[in-house]
Design a protein around this ligand. Structure first.
Ligand code: G6P
Length: 612
């Protein structure tokens, strides 16, 4: 993650590289860099900076490279392995400085590769997974650059969109794709590469999108595609049909919608390499916990704010169900001042997308003071909470720009379930039970895709409720945290007054507010609580409240009470909140859109709340 650009031609490369990086800024990133190949004899010069592309431009002014260089690559990074800092920014160089690499994606086996390279005397300058690729290309040198890259990539497991330059072949760029997008293009005397067509709009006359397994060689004015095995591959080049005005949000009307649609990929990145189907468990190396330490824990306390708190509530249920370990969630702002009871055998799990939320950070510090085992579940790598906790799980959800959290929530749920599974397998789950949970977790991206395909239908349901002033969300079991999260999404972005309630609690007060103007979103997918929630739907209908029901595909019973049904695929109850929450996100999004609210930046809200 997150953006790649490259240029080779007969004019200076730098202006294109910097402009291309700016055009990808909408994707979110924390550092940027370029590598230029030029001079006689040719050499590679790298400039990198933390922060915006402006900071990189400043670094280029302060220490100008050979600006006549006509070949180069650039990158905007969003940290996944190692904190955002200059040392970890791309491009990364080979030890001899003659190969430079930019990489999007995750190299799953980078720890093994790094150890093997260290044994051969390689010294690493960054904490990234990507740097191993530059070292491997040097190690695999022989023949042409494209052959060296092919040999290096044969050793790599994981995902990549990659661009490589070498001082030994100035004027050439080798690019490759597996699971991370790469588009190549040409114009008179120039060739380009980017991870996002936004960077090529108005620059390249013709472009071709690489497929997984493709490798391409770019030279001024041309590109040639082959397979990793070296066989020629034809990728049709066509004029780029791209509206530069749509660039900012990658074609989506809002960042929030883009991020909702990115969720299958975010979940894939979160789950990648962590599920062990044969052993029926999960591997979470960042926790650095062995079976004896896990077995010695007496309870789990989760703490967080906002959406992360609701993911934590879901997690508490999973810890109790899978691991049989007492688990509870506490609001971080409460935890920090309430003098809660934690013991050395308490695992304190702090959850934060940003890793910077003031109350959650204070809770982490308080738990450390009290001697708890502190773990973090964060999205932002190198964030304060992740660093201070010292042990934890990164979500790898990618940058989240919309203020209302979406993909971080789903990945928090997935990460907590993996953690609960791991704890469960050291305590009471059998291998077969663990394997069933692994299968359910592996299906999450597809469950989400199935709901995204219903976007238009959900938009039509939203049309019928966009005029409401108040709404209730109800659910039981795992659907209770999902009800709280659904109501939060709606109020955050649409400004409708919305409340999440346990379905059974509705009759202890809120039911007094129901009438034909107050819709109730009822979460009733198949599972142990479905029948009872259907009963609650009838209570709402008896008070004339319109109901939007989220149910399992083919479950016709709810149709007797409402036409506003969203069907989610069948799945075990402990993962059903994932597709249900996606339906809620889309519903909230469309209600807010129809009401004309500023979805990505709702009034009074901040993405990262660093004050208490
Ligand atoms: C703010 C954001 C929410 C987020 C909460 C916790 O209120 O607007 O979307 O859920 O902070 O943030 P964190 O980064 O700790 O998950």
């Amino acid at each position: 993650m997150c953006g790649i650009v490259g240029f080779t031609g007969r004019t200076p490369a730098l202006p294109f590289l910097v402009d291309g990086l700016r055009r990808m800024e909408y994707r979110g990133y924390d550092s940027a860099g370029v590598a230029l190949v030029g001079g006689d004899p040719a050499r590679i010069e790298v400039r990198r900076a933390v922060g915006k592309v402006d900071a990189l431009a400043e670094a280029l002014r302060a220490d100008p490279p050979d600006e006549s260089a006509a070949c180069g690559i650039g990158h905007t990074r969003w940290a996944t392995h190692g904190a955002p800092c200059v040392r970890n920014a791309h491009p990364h160089l080979s030890p001899d400085g003659r190969v430079a690499v930019v990489h999007n994606g995750i190299i799953d086996n980078f720890l093994d590769l790094r150890e093997r390279l260290r044994a051969k005397g390689h010294e690493f300058r960054s904490d990234t997974d990507s740097e191993v690729v530059a070292h491997l290309v040097q190690e695999c040198r022989g023949g042409s650059l494209i052959e060296s890259v092919a040999r290096a990539l044969a050793l790599v497991r994981g995902t990549y969109g990659i661009a490589v330059v070498s001082a030994d072949e100035p004027g050439r760029i080798v690019v490759a794709r597996r699971g991370s997008p790469v588009v190549v293009g040409t114009a008179d005397g120039a060739a380009f590469v980017a991870s996002d067509p936004a960077a090529l709009a108005g620059r390249a006359d013709r472009v071709a999108f690489l497929d997984d397994g493709d490798l391409a060689l770019l030279e001024p004015g041309s590109f040639e595609v082959r397979s990793l095995a070296g066989e020629p591959v034809v990728r049709e080049a066509a004029p780029l049909d791209f509206d530069p005005a749509a660039v900012e949000k990658g074609g989506y009307e809002h960042f929030m919608l883009k991020e909702i649609f990115e969720q299958p990929e975010a979940l894939e990145n979160c789950l990648r390499g962590r599920l062990l189907p044969d052993e029926g468990t999960a591997k979470l190396s960042g926790l650095r916990l062995g079976p004896r330490e896990i077995a010695a824990l007496s309870n789990v306390v989760l703490t967080a704010c906002g959406t992360s708190y609701y993911a934590g509530l879901h997690g508490a249920y999973a810890f109790e169900q899978f691991a049989g370990i007492p688990a509870r969630i506490e609001q971080a702002a409460e935890f920090r001042y309430r003098n809660p009871i934690v013991a050395p055998d308490t695992a304190l799990v702090s959850l934060s997308q940003s890793g910077e939320t003031a109350d959650t950070l204070a809770a982490v510090r308080e738990a450390k003071r009290k001697g708890a085992l502190v773990l973090s579940v964060c999205n932002a790598v190198g964030s304060t909470i992740a660093r201070e906790a010292g042990r934890g799980v990164y979500l790898h959800a990618g940058p989240e720009i919309g203020v209302a959290s979406t993909k971080a929530f789903l990945c928090q749920v997935a990460a907590l379930e993996m953690m609960a599974l791991l704890f469960g397998r050291t305590r009471r789950l059998s291998g077969a039970e663990g394997a069933a949970i692994v299968r359910a977790l592996a299906s999450l991206p597809d469950l989400v895709r199935a709901v995204l395909a219903k976007n238009d239908a959900i938009a039509r349901i939203a049309e019928r409720h966009a005029g409401a002033r108040d709404a209730f969300y109800i659910g039981r079991g795992y659907q209770y945290p999902a009800a709280l999260e659904g109501a939060l999404k709606l109020k955050e972005i649409s400004y409708l007054h919305a409340e999440g309630y346990h379905a059974a609690e509705l009759k202890h007060g809120p039911i007094a507010l129901l009438d034909e103007k107050v819709p109730v979103v009822a979460l009733a997918p198949r599972g142990p609580d479905r029948d009872k929630t259907l009963g609650n739907i009838q209570e709402c209908r008896a008070r004339n409240a319109p109901v939007v029901a989220i149910v399992t595909e083919g479950d016709a019973d709810a149709r007797a009470f409402t036409e506003d049904l969203v069907e989610v695929p069948p799945c075990p109850d402990f993962v059903a909140a994932v597709p249900v929450v996606v339906a809620e996100q889309l519903f909230a999004y469309h209600v807010a859109r129809l009401r004309g609210e500023p979805i990505d930046k709702p009034r009074n809200l901040a993405k990262s709340v660093t004050v208490e």
